[in-house]
Design a protein around this ligand. Sequence first.
Ligand SMILES: Nc1nc2c(ncn2[C@@H]2O[C@H](COP(=O)(O)OP(=O)(O)OP(=O)(O)O)[C@@H](O)[C@H]2O)c(=O)[nH]1
Ligand SMILES: [Mg+2]
Length: 502
Amino acid sequence: MISAPRPPSVRSIGTDYGDPITAVLRPPVGETENERQLRLQREAEAKRISDAIDEELRAEEKRYRKRKEDVRLLLLGQAESGKSTLQKQFQLMYNPTSLEEERLSWRPVVYYNIARPVRRIFEVVDAYGEFEDDDDAMQVDTNDDSMDLDMKRDSTISGSQGSSTAEKRLATLRYRLGPLLAAEASLAERLSGGQPTPTKGNLFVRSGWQARSLLGKARLRERGNLTGPRASMESGTPRRSEDSTIAIEKDKLIEDVAKILHACSDDIKELWEHPVVQRLREKRRLRLEEWAEFFLDNISRVSESGFVPTTDDILHARIQTMGVAEHIFDVSLHGRTVTWHLYDVGGARGQRHTWAPYFDDASAIIFMAPVSAFDQYLEEDPRTNRIDDSLQLFTQICSNKLLKNAHLVLFLNKTDVLRAKLARGVQVKKYITSYGERPNEFDSVVGYFRAHFTQVHKRNNENMRVLYTHLTNVVDKTATQRIITDIRDSIFRVYLKDAALV
Ligand SMILES: Nc1nc2c(ncn2[C@@H]2O[C@H](COP(=O)(O)OP(=O)(O)OP(=O)(O)O)[C@@H](O)[C@H]2O)c(=O)[nH]1
Ligand SMILES: [Mg+2]
């Protein structure tokens, strides 16, 4: 059917007068040329502003979509389970320059990791002296428990036969190591940014502590080209100008400690190898953490003047995380690059309340359970066995509704430490009575713990989510980087599947 076009005059009258916006924009009747120019300028300005707003909205939407596409990976687990060490491995793989920039800032941590165990050795020597073999004393867990030590001091030293040659030598070593022991508190204060430091227990530091340790780092931060933890996450991070000032003032401290350490390196070596100390270790009256043993074993190298921590030193260095630190990396696979946000949390009980805000948009979790900890108790609650605590925590994570869609990975970590403990004859059944008469061997012990974690997962798995389990030693660079690659691939598989559905 052919319809005749409407006369233009009719269409324009009918449409314009019916549309209130067109009516508003209509030039006023009797507009002069000058007024017309001004009106056009106003309209052009209004359009420019409107276009800018549209552009900003489009950019915001793009950012939002991109944020949704980012991978958010939470590292969870109790204190000392290895979360920050795993984070360092991610950093080594995906942002090696930032680890390079931080390298020198690990020096005071290494020094602190030496001064503290040296003090600890003297405390245990004081408590037990050159005791005769005594099976009752074997039952006392000396791990950071000063009350036990005070009690033992009464029952051993007071009953001893006076000073032996060994005791005299230990007294000399204590005198010679006095300056190192005195430096411990200053190092702790330096690392914690002036926070009160514990006389026993671990030293907590917030994300961004490296900035307090290195002038160069503070300058980089000022230039805004520093990669690594996002300082804005931490309310207590010092302001930039303060970073520089503190770094300038305190560099002298690190140099002084380096000199002290260099001067007393042989004394530390002698103390560490002293027969009394060796016997206390064999009898497990003296139990030092793995990082303390690592640095004491390497004391000659670490106390050389001009010492720069190696990557292995950085992986072994221990400093306890406070709050949550976010690390951002670009991860690429098959030509596609995705931003990963890695959240490294503080695992001590007093820190766990800070985790929850990161749960609702978590894409993946790596839960770290140190299987070597079967003979240890929580520092924050000395009645709770650390394997028990890990199982309880894993139950909470598996059953948490906010995390039910997150990809779940379990690291049964510190397998190297477990092997060493079993090789020394430490009996699992003594600490975990349900272990019963099973063989005190690596495969059997790991199998037993693994079965418990798997059971927790099965009981709390409404979603039929897969649990990926790895036996790990996260200070081992090659093995850990292989596992990180596996995890990256499996997270990407899920990611690409989800992206295809969008
Ligand atoms: N030998 C060995 N040492 C490990 C392993 N995993 C971690 N460590 C060491 O254990 C110590 C504690 O590890 P961190 O990574 O600081 O523990 P964390 O889980 O971050 O602890 P918090 O920050 O307190 O929650 C560090 O000195 C590490 O070098 C491991 O598999 N084997
Ligand atoms: Mg940590």
